[in-house]
Design a protein. Structure first.
Length: 351
């Protein structure tokens, strides 16, 4: 039996039966990176990044997808379907390919990054793009999954949440307890719900002595939970969390209240700055949506909240490599030099 893979490692805590096929593409067990340089800049005592970009398809979605797909196979399903801002579709397409299922994905036109689209294409998913946004795509797949015999693998599927809660288990194992604070980006609100479930279970089974305060962050133009009403036309550079009507709205609010935390918003400018800060101070290239967690920590720290004696984890939900174009687009144009030592020294101001 492999020791890795969340179906193997955490089967006693997951909806695994003797009939559930157990397999892994290597999801979970992602790096927890202690970042002292970044910690000093954000005024934090002990800061860690949980880098979920190291999952097989580059985001945390794989943790939930492996469970959802295993349960779909157990139920005899031949196809899975999801709406997506890009990462769920990449993950669904990969796990479907691995298991020989058909994946149907419905995505908003022009609003998912090139890397994520390339993944869905190369894994062989059936891709439908709509002129609407994620919320409209989710409405469509909900109806389709009711009308046709196909398994919905958005986080409305409870097996997704079960799989994703294992990230909280890993934090408790590695740190020896839950952290004081957990910062996390919020889109459809499945992940914040899953982490809380994982921390509550860890606490109830005596594996942790405390539960963290959960700090969720939405993007300013897509912050329905913060504002208290759905956003019909959500907008943000962080396309992964461009969501106006989160499916797990209520559980996210319950997480906030039970943990004594907040759900707040950060601007696009703050998200972009946080992505860059994380890259240049911690060597972690996160996608924009993920940088909302660091942006949130910075915002509260600047507002005077004191994290200097606290152990804080920021969840970095996905890799920035799927959206390298955004970085390159703003890079300074650099023209090639002749292949000569002198020219290179001059360019480096050494000559
Ligand atoms: C990198 O792929 O909704 O609050 O369709 O890709 O659990 O939705 C992605 C969401 C954060 C928000 N960070 O998580 C999708 C999708 C990244 C993400 C979120 C997403 P949820």
């Amino acid at each position: 039996m492999p020791k890795t893979g969340i179906l193997f490692k955490y089967k006693d805590f997951l909806p695994v039966t003797p009939q559930t096929p157990l397999f892994t593409m290597g999801e979970g067990d992602t790096p927890l990176i202690r970042c002292d340089r970044l910690a000093r800049e954000v005024g934090c005592g002990e800061l860690y990044l949980k880098f979920e970009g190291c999952n097989p398809t580059g985001s945390f979605k794989d943790r939930g997808m492996v469970v959802a797909v295993a349960k779909a196979l157990e139920a005899g399903s031949k196809a899975i379907i999801c709406a997506s801002t890009g990462n769920t579709s990449a993950s669904a397409a990969a796990y479907a390919a691995y298991c020989g299922l058909t994946a149907i994905i419905i995505v908003p036109e022009d609003k998912i990054t090139m890397g994520k689209m390339a993944q869905a294409i190369i894994y062989g998913a059936k891709i439908i793009t709509i002129t609407g946004n994620f919320d409209q795509a989710l409405e469509i797949v909900r109806t389709l999954a009711e009308k046709h015999s196909i398994t919905l693998v958005n986080s409305l599927n409870p097996h997704r949440i079960e799989g994703q809660k294992t990230a909280a288990f890993e934090l408790v194992e590695i740190l020896g307890d839950a952290p004081d604070y957990l910062f996390i980006p919020v889109g459809n609100a499945g992940n914040i719900t899953a982490y809380w479930k994982g921390f509550v279970e860890s606490y109830q089974t005596g594996r942790s002595k405390q539960k963290p305060v959960i700090m969720g962050f939405q993007a300013e133009g897509a912050a329905p939970i913060v504002r208290g009403y759905p956003i019909a036309k959500p907008e943000t550079v962080a396309s992964a969390i461009r969501i106006g009507k989160p499916a797990s709205w209520q559980p996210a609010v319950a997480t906030r209240d039970e943990s004594g935390g907040i759900i707040d918003l950060v601007s696009d400018a703050e998200i972009l700055a946080a992505q860059k800060l994380m890259a240049t101070r911690a060597g972690v290239f996160s996608e924009l949506a993920s940088a909302a967690s660091i942006a949130g920590l910075l915002k509260l720290s600047r507002q005077g909240m004191d994290f200097s004696r606290k152990r804080t984890v920021c969840v970095i939900t996905g890799t920035g490599l799927k959206d390298a174009d955004t970085v390159l687009k703003d890079a300074l144009p650099c023209s090639a030099l002749p292949a000569e030592i002198k020219a290179v020294e001059k360019a480096l101001s050494w000559g």
